[in-house]
Ligand binder design. Structure first.
Ligand SMILES: [Zn+2]
Length: 102
C-alpha cells in the first residue's frame, strides 16, 4: 500500500523535517529527484517485512534514503559520507510559508 501525501507530511512534521540518517534538515520545498528533498525511510525495509506503520517510518533525504537502500546499513552510509567528504549541503532556511530566509 502506498502512503498518501498527507501520511508522509505527518511523518515529516513528526520528525521535524530532519533526516533520520544524516541528522541534517531536509528541504521541505524540494521535490524528488532533488537530493535534499524529503522522502520516507522504512527503518526496517519493506523487503524485510517492514510495514507502513508510522513507527517504522522516518523522514530522510532522498539521497540518504537511496544510499541506505543500496548499502542496507546506516552506519556504512554515514562512514562513506565522512570518508568521501560527501556531506550534503544544508538546505536553505525557510519560514513557515516556505519563503527562503537565507
Ligand atoms: Zn540525510
Amino acid at each position: 500500500m502506498a502512503l498518501t501525501r498527507k501520511q508522509k507530511q505527518a511523518i515529516y512534521e513528526r520528525d521535524g523535517w530532519t533526516c533520520s540518517i544524516c541528522g541534517k534538515r531536509v528541504d521541505r520545498e524540494a521535490k524528488a529527484p532533488a537530493p535534499l528533498s524529503p522522502s520516507i525511510d522504512h527503518r526496517l525495509a519493506r523487503s524485510k517485512r517492514g510495514g507502513d506503520d508510522p513507527a517504522n517510518l522516518a523522514c530522510a533525504h532522498l539521497a540518504c534514503n537511496i544510499d541506505k537502500r543500496e548499502h542496507e546499513d546506516i552506519g556504512k552510509v554515514r562512514r562513506l559520507r565522512r570518508r568521501r567528504g560527501l556531506d550534503l549541503p544544508a538546505p536553505p532556511l525557510r519560514g513557515k510559508d516556505g519563503q527562503r530566509l537565507t
